[in-house]
Design a protein around this ligand. Structure first.
Ligand SMILES: [Cu+2]
Length: 305
């Protein structure tokens, strides 16, 4: 019993620090490499840090502000089709604000809070950038320029922005909105589900109903079918076959129309089956001829022993 109790106490003592800190805090671990570039051995990074130099046009620091940003998969759950997100999609600050971002990455992958479009004389490549493999926290500070401008904030890890980790930071009133920000602005490239098989089939039956005007309709149908051809491969195979079938059908339509003229529906069906049977018989005959020829060739080549 005493053993059990002491084991329990040990577990409690060792789990206490784990319970207290859910993520690794990189503040104080960073080494200053100059030019606002700070790094640590655990993969935390700050670039474009500026705590002292005023951007041109700022007489003084207008305001000192601290913002905590969370990043992770769970913040994308409310945005259909998105995979990653920040917990905030728009930041608003006054011109000449000294802004400290506390970036908390809650995923077990690497994320960034990367800002673009800053003056290049002050921020290398016009960027301010926090980056860390999570779960972890990292903090950095910059001083924003004057003027109304909207800045892009995103995670630049491949596909993370496209999957939703995108936001905007407006200094002053900003100068417009950026596209494809989850929950805020429309997608630049919206998903298109219009070119379905049903659309194609509707176009086909419409064309079949107006068979005599074949040539004009073929062009119209081709237009309708074209977007479907650009669909992913599996779909394009179907639509490719559909297009070929449609073309053959439209070419044959006048012939068949002539052949079936004056026939009752049952006679027409009988004729179709007759044609099919003739076709199949011909195919079987060709195939058997081919097989026979291959076998006889083999017999000639192989020595008869
Ligand atoms: Cu990311």
């Amino acid at each position: 019993m005493v053993k059990l109790l002491s084991a329990g106490a040990l577990v409690f003592i060792f789990s206490a620090p784990v319970l207290a800190v859910e993520y690794e805090d990189h503040s104080g671990m960073l080494m200053d490499h100059g030019d606002g570039h700070l790094m640590d051995m655990a993969g935390g990074m700050v670039m474009g840090q500026n705590t002292t130099t005023l951007p041109g046009g700022c007489d003084s620091i207008a305001e000192t502000k601290e913002v905590t940003v969370h990043a992770g998969h769970k913040y994308a759950e409310k945005f259909p089709g998105r995979m990653f997100a920040f917990d905030t999609q728009e930041f608003n600050v006054k011109p000449c604000t000294k802004l400290t971002i506390h970036f908390i990455n809650e995923d077990n992958v690497r994320h960034q809070w990367m800002m673009h479009g800053l003056p290049k004389y002050l921020y290398p490549k016009g960027m301010f950038h926090l980056e860390v493999s999570g779960p972890a926290k990292i903090s950095g500070t910059l001083i924003l320029p004057p003027g109304d401008k909207t800045y892009l904030v995103h995670c630049d890890i491949a596909q993370h922005m496209e999957k939703g980790m995108k936001a905007q930071l407006k200094v002053g009133k900003g100068d417009g909105d950026l596209p494809s920000i989850p929950g805020l602005t429309a997608y630049v490239v919206p998903d298109d589900y219009k070119g379905s098989l049903q659309t194609v089939m509707a176009a086909v039956s419409a064309a079949a109903a107006a068979a005599p005007v074949v040539v004009a309709k073929t062009a119209a149908v081709a237009d309708k079918v074209a977007p479907v051809v650009q669909q992913p491969k599996e779909d394009s195979v179907i639509s490719g076959v559909t297009v070929i079938g449609l073309a053959i059908g439209l070419l044959l339509a006048p012939f068949l129309a002539k052949k079936f003229k004056g026939m009752s529906p049952s006679e027409a069906v009988a004729t179709i089956f007759d044609l099919l049977r003739t076709g199949i018989e011909l195919a079987v005959k060709l195939l058997s001829d081919l097989i026979k020829r291959v076998i006889s060739n083999k017999n000639k080549i192989l020595p008869g022993n």
